[in-house]
Design a protein around this ligand. Structure first.
Ligand SMILES: *Cc1c(COP(=O)(O)O)cnc(C)c1O
Length: 411
């Protein structure tokens, strides 16, 4: 794929972009080029409308009866069904609940309780910290009955063995955007008799995932990244249908009970995905997410992936053409091996990102020296990416010192 080679080419690409009209569904401040949609997606008009509806037309007038009359109780399942096609799952295999961290715990603990004679969970060193910490916490909770091993990416496939009961991997790496071959690694885990849990946080909404074809047991992921659910919007979890009733989450709570309103003393898990619920969900956050998910009804993920690849290629090609920039690509050069963001290292990465943000180009910085730029195809234009690199070149041509001021703890 050849990226556009000029401003005019970018304008032509925007004019024939099948996703171009989707940008109008978002509220994006003029003058801002938002390249951080991989971390926190942009606000949709429907998120505003749905939240307002829940506040003014549901909670306000109908109070507690809203749980039934406005279908609040089933919202976690209805939103799960909307996410299901984006990851190749069936509608009754996905639930929206809690955070990605909590869902990881629920599923890894369920796997632990049904592990047989095996005692090991394998994950990648350098995986997103919460994934590793949740597993380490689980090992501590097990009183030493299980162990967590972290191995470099190149060794992951070979190190899955007959002591491994669960493999936990992130499909698109949060720093480098490098992709795992989901199908191949899942097959490898299964060949060794291990189950697998995929973290799809940086995948869902950026590229088509087919968790069903791979027959993976478990998946989790965020909805506030490419799904634009809003800051801290509830996460999703997937459990392959044949396992749903065979296992139970280590976090047992009342809304996952077979008959929550019987208020009995003994826990009896609900059938299907309902047992993976915990307590009362944060309903206003569900309203915002509900609004953001409506967009996907009319979108072909192949268009999304194609645009994401061209935007990223355009960005990388133009960055490579900047003379003496000091920027080094930290993501795979080959589009097929990347998710939808691009990481670069720069010795003064923090100051560089601050200077870019001051110019309206918003990406992020990850210590010690990585600057990340995300390409969310639903609301970014080709011309935005062209402009962003023009501004990057201008910033690099000037002094970076003034950006030291105002250094914050937020990374
Ligand atoms: C963003 C992200 C998370 C976030 O987890 P939270 O519980 O929502 O804070 C988890 N895993 C990966 C791989 C991520 O990229």
């Amino acid at each position: 794929m050849t990226p556009p080679a000029s401003r005019a080419d970018c304008e032509a690409c925007d004019a024939r972009d099948p996703l171009a009209r989707i940008r109008d569904e978002f509220l994006i401040k003029p003058g801002v080029i938002y390249l951080d949609g991989n971390s926190l997606g942009a606000l949709t008009r429907d998120s505003v409308a749905r939240t307002r509806t829940m506040l003014e037309e549901q909670w306000g007038p109908d109070l507690i009866s809203s749980w039934n009359v406005h279908g609040w109780f089933d919202l976690p399942h209805r939103l799960g069904a909307k996410i299901a096609p984006l990851i190749g799952a069936a509608a009754d295999e996905v639930l929206v609940a809690d955070s990605t961290s909590v869902n990881l715990f629920k599923l890894a603990s369920a796997a632990m309780m049904t592990r047989g004679a095996r005692h090991r969970i394998l994950t990648e060193s350098g995986n997103f910290p919460t994934d590793i910490y949740v597993l380490q916490g689980l090992a501590a909770l097990s009183g030493g009955a299980i162990e967590i091993i972290t191995v470099p990416r190149s060794e992951v496939a070979a190190r899955i063995d007959d002591a491994t009961f669960l493999v936990v991997l992130t499909h698109v790496h949060y720093k480098t955007a490098e992709l795992f071959d989901l199908q191949a690694i899942t097959e490898r885990a299964h060949a060794q008799g291990a189950r697998i849990l995929w973290d799809l946080s940086h995948s869902v909404g950026a590229l088509a995932v087919d968790i069903g074809a791979a027959q993976a047991e478990f998946a989790v992921g965020c909805t506030y990244k490419y799904l634009n659910g809003g800051p801290g919007s509830p996460a999703f979890l997937y459990v392959r249908r044949d396992l749903q009733d065979a296992i139970r989450p280590g976090l047992a709570a009342w809304m996952g009970h077979a008959a929550p309103f019987d208020f009995t003393d003994d826990y009896d898990p609900a059938p299907g995905m309902a047992r993976y619920r915990s307590g009362t969900p944060s309903l206003l956050a569900f309203a915002a997410l509900d609004g953001a998910l409506g967009i996907w009804d009319h979108i072909d993920l192949r268009d999304v992936r194609r645009k994401s690849e061209v935007l990223s290629e355009l960005f990388i090609a133009r960055v490579e053409a900047l003379p003496g920039s000091g920027l080094v690509l930290a993501s795979p050069r080959e589009a097929a091996r990347r998710g939808s963001h691009v990481a670069l290292t720069h010795p003064r990465g923090y100051e560089l990102m601050q200077a870019l943000i001051a110019r309206g180009v918003i990406g992020d910085f990850r210590a010690p020296d990585i600057v990340r730029f995300g390409f969310a195809p639903l609301y970014l234009r080709y011309i935005d990416v062209w402009e962003a690199v023009t501004i990057l070149g201008e910033v690099l041509a000037g002094p970076l010192d003034h950006a030291e001021i105002g250094r914050s703890a937020v990374t």
